[in-house]
Design a protein around this ligand. Sequence first.
Ligand SMILES: [Zn+2]
Length: 347
Amino acid sequence: MNQHPEDQQRAVAFQRRELEAFPSLTKAQLDDLRHKSHALQQEFRAHPVLHDTLNVLLLLGLFAADLLSLTVLPFLSPWPLSTPGGAALAGVVSGAVHSFLVCGIVTFSVHEGAAHNLIILGRGPVARALRLLANNACRLFLADPVHYAEAHGTHHRSLGTPEDGSFTHFVRFRRLLGALLPLAPMLSHSDYFPWRPREHTRSRRLSVALTNSYLLFCAVLATWLHGPVFMLVALLVVGSWLSFVLDRLRESTEHLFMPLDRANGTRELGLGFWGLLLGGGPWGQPCHLTHHLEPALPWYQQLRLHFFLRRVLTAEQRRHFFPRPVIGVPHLLWRLATASQPTAARD
Ligand SMILES: [Zn+2]
């Protein structure tokens, strides 16, 4: 992920201009959240087998659902798969479901697994093998867990500073649009794609090889069952594009226009439509503020802390930390588009 000093300067200018009266979290609120988090940590650390079983079943379920979306789901299509038009429409539906599931798998594996090592807690040989598989599952979708874990550490330690390895407090709209172009991830076009390094390291090459193998397996299966038109639309057009769109929109909105400090620098998309869609499900990152405040919690405990957080915040703080339902995320993107105009650079 490239660093752009101009975007960092714009974030600083925005902070000076717009965030002087920001209702920051108080020490008492942060203490309440920390105490609640400690209680939640004790709960899940006391039941490692239950925790590991839940996450293994979740990952298996996501992969099974992904395969079903490309194999069984098209048979339920109201359009005839024997015609190119019907196959293409069924491909759009299957590709969209596939993309959403991939978005959840990658975020869960690379973030919860590789970066925070929270998917599998056990210490025995079986647990070690499961941890290796879970933390590397993201390699089937172009992500590099080694690179991401390194960059993500700086994101937590240095949020909103030039040392932040995933600085997104301001990403010019042009950069965002470039990242959303079809096939941008496959062509390495995006310059703020944190899942893998721009250099062709050994770890990145391993991810590319595994991605191509898994893609080939899915392509052969989908073509055999539903024909080449379905496969092209579901896998190579919609499937290879939409999950990155969801992921980039999430990452571009969860820190955008927030204060440049560790406690207050994150927005909570939450468990509404946009949070669950862009987060790839509850196991993705819909509750990013609670995650930044208490990163030692696994996904399901983050959800519980999210509801606690809602009660702890004042009404004014909720307006700043939680986007409005439905229109909140589009409104944020509109503000980014207008703030990215050249005149804004003079601020
Ligand atoms: Zn994290």
